[in-house]
Design a protein around this ligand. Structure first.
Ligand code: NAD
Length: 326
C-alpha cells in the first residue's frame, strides 16, 4: 500500500504521518508514505522521522503538475493536507491562499484522475460554513465563508465535489473544527498564548474574547481522517468535531492557570477583521456511519499541550525568532 500525503511537514499532516508510521492505523502498519511538501514557513522536516525507511520525502509544490505526474503513479491513495492555513495572513495577502488551496487542489485532483489514483481524502475546515449564532451545522449547510482563507478552502471543497461528480474520482472531504496539539506553529492562538506565557510575555486577546470555537485534538482528527480513508464513501463530506466549545476568554483563563500567570498579562487588542463569532459542527454523521468518537478531553489535552511546549523550546524558539515578534 502506498499513500501520498501532501502538506505532511505541517502540524496536522506530520501527526498523521508519524501516527501511520508508528502503526496506529490498523491495516497500514506496512504502508509506504510519500510526503509532498513545499516546506513553507509553516512546514519543517524536523516534524518528520525522515530516517524511517517507509517514508519518502519530496520537497515540492502541490501546484506543480509536472511533478505530480512523476510522483503520483503507483500510489493507491492521497491524503491532502497542503494549504496556506493561517486566517490572519489571508487578511494581509490572499493570493497564496487562492493559489495553493484552490489551484493546488485542482492540480492534484486532475492529476489523480489522469494517473488513476483510487481514493483521495481532502482535508477541509468548519470555517467554510461561516459563523453560526446558535445550533450546529451539518454537512448540508450552505457554504458562507467569511475570511479569504475560509473562502479558498470552500473553493477547494467545491473543486473536490466537481471532480467526483464530473470525473467519478473517489474524493471524500473532511471538515473539522479547531485543532490543537504538539508541533503547531507559534503563530496560532494556543501556541502563541502558551509560548508567550511561558516566556513571561503578555498575550493578545482579540476583541472582547467572546468568539467561540470547538476544540479538537490533532490525534482525534487524524483518527477521523483515517476512518474516512478506510470506511468513508466517495463524494461524501464528514464533519469532525472535538465536542468542547469554549470562548477564547474561557480558553485564556485555562491557559493562565496552567502556566501560572494572571489576567494582568492579557492585552485586549483590536478584533480581527470579519472575525467569525461562533463555529459549531454537528458531527453525528461520522459518529453514526464510521464509528468516530474523540478520545481526548480538552482538559487533559490542554494540560498535555502546555507541558509539551514547556518541554520543547527547541521547537518554538527558532520559529519565534524568525517571526521576530511576541
Ligand atoms: P500547517 O500550516 O501547519 O501546514 C501546512 C503544510 O502545507 C506545511 O507543511 C506547508 O509547508 C505545506 N504547504 C503549503 N503550501 C504548499 C504548497 N503549495 N505545496 C506543497 N505544500 C505546501 O497547516 P495545518 O494546521 O497542519 O493544516 C492542515 C490542513 O488542515 C489544511 O488544509 C487546513 O486548512 C486544515 N485545517 C486545519 C485546522 C487547524 O486547526 N489547524 C482546522 C481545520 C482544517
Amino acid at each position: 500500500m502506498k499513500v501520498l500525503v501532501t502538506g505532511g511537514a505541517g502540524f496536522i499532516g506530520s501527526h498523521y504521518v508519524r501516527s501511520m508510521l508508528a502503526g496506529a492505523y490498523p491495516g497500514y502498519e506496512d504502508a509506504e508514505i510519500t510526503v509532498l511538501d513545499k516546506v513553507t514557513y509553516a512546514g519543517s522536516l524536523d516534524n518528520l522521522p525522515t530516517d524511517d525507511p517507509r517514508l519518502f520525502f519530496v520537497r515540492g509544490d502541490v501546484c506543480d503538475q509536472d511533478l505530480l505526474r512523476l510522483l503520483l503513479p503507483g500510489h493507491d491513495m492521497v491524503v491532502h493536507f497542503a494549504a496556506e492555513s493561517h486566517v490572519d495572513r489571508s487578511l494581509q495577502a490572499a493570493a497564496a491562499f487562492v493559489r495553493t488551496n484552490v489551484g493546488g487542489t485542482q492540480c492534484l485532483l486532475e492529476t489523480c484522475v489522469e494517473v488513476g489514483v483510487r481514493t483521495v481524502v481532502h482535508v477541509s475546515t468548519d470555517e467554510v460554513y461561516g459563523s453560526i449564532p446558535t445550533g450546529s451545522w451539518d454537512e448540508n449547510e450552505p457554504l458562507l465563508p467569511n475570511s479569504p482563507y475560509a473562502a479558498s478552502k470552500a473553493g477547494s471543497d467545491l473543486i473536490a465535489r466537481a471532480f467526483w461528480r464530473t470525473h467519478g474520482l473517489d474524493v471524500r472531504v473532511t471538515r473539522c473544527s479547531n485543532n490543537y496539539g504538539p508541533r503547531q506553529h507559534p503563530e496560532k492562538f494556543l501556541p502563541r498564548f502558551i509560548t508567550n506565557l511561558l516566556s513571561g510575555l503578555p498575550v493578545p486577546l482579540y476583541g472582547d474574547g467572546r468568539n467561540s470555537r470547538e476544540w479538537l485534538h490533532v490525534d482525534d482528527h487524524c483518527q477521523a481522517i483515517q476512518l474516512v480513508l478506510t470506511k468513508g464513501a466517495a463524494g461524501e463530506i464528514y464533519n469532525v468535531g472535538g465536542g468542547t466549545e469554549l470562548t477564547n476568554r474561557e480558553v485564556t483563563a485555562r491557559l493562565l492557570e496552567l502556566c501560572g500567570a494572571d489576567w494582568d498579562l492579557v492585552r485586549h487588542v483590536e478584533d480581527r477583521k470579519g472575525h467569525d463569532l461562533r463555529y459549531s459542527i454537528d458531527d453525528s454523521k461520522i459518529s453514526r456511519q464510521l464509528g468516530y468518537a474523540p478520545r481526548w478531553s480538552f482538559e487533559e489535552g490542554l494540560a498535555d499541550l502546555v507541558a509539551w511546549y514547556r518541554d520543547h523550546p527547541g521547537f518554538w524558539e527558532p520559529l519565534r525568532a524568525l517571526e521576530g515578534s511576541a
